[in-house]
Design a protein around this ligand. Sequence first.
Ligand code: PAF
Length: 286
Amino acid sequence: MRVIKSWRTMQREALQWRREAVRIGFVPTMGYLHDGHMSLVRRARKLVGSAGKVVVSIYVNPTQFGPTEDLARYPRDLARDNKLCRAEGVDLVFLPNDQEMYPGKSEGRFSTFVVEENLSQGMEGAARPTHFRGVTTVVAKLFNIVQADVAVFGQKDFQQAAVVRQMVSDLNFPTRIVVAPTTREADGLALSSRNKYLSPAERQQAVALWQTIQLARKTVSRTSVPAVNLKRTLAQFLATFPLANPDYVEIFDPATLQPVRVARRGDHLALAVRFGKTRLIDNGRL
Ligand code: PAF
């Protein structure tokens, strides 16, 4: 497995692969890898086959963090990440630093950003106003550098996947976007690098997100329900977890991400809940 830190070397390698008609599967990550990421890697391998190349990028992208968010303390363990990637048969890890990705940014010499203006507005976009601008910018840059045929994103970041798909369509990127299912702990908690922040008591109660999705599913399984009523029921349920501090619970059309007035099967639910300083998100089809 190769590790490349320079964007130019990475791009040169990728362009050479393309000339040789080698398919490139790409999994962009911020590191601190877990089995959820590894399931994306396995999906990428399936998509490009044994003759293809699987590239994982590891980069904690500062532009997608707000000024009061957890950029500085975001967990990092490069040695472990490399080991996991090697064990999973990753061909190449792209490991740039800030100077590679945003040269001259602190002196104002980096000034081009990619902004999606519709799907990025609600939920995570409303709670984290500059987040998606950072995501679309770094993903566009990574796509230009890695030249992937296919990129695999996790369904846990449902809105992110929708925003990236829209960007790819609007800006004519040749990369196909595949969204792979969320990997969960036995009790339903979605795997996330941020789970590491949870105290034992918070970890126990973090199952609230999954149980909220399950409750919503059960509620609409036989009948449609006004969304305000369902949201009230879910808020009451979340209130039974004293350490859970909900940021939002939204029920929406999965194609448009617009909130629905009446919740029914096939709609989508997404929620963000804080446990102390840790903010977790999850989502599921109803
Ligand atoms: O989902 C993530 O880990 C990040 O948002 C991504 C896509 C790697 C961009 O920094």
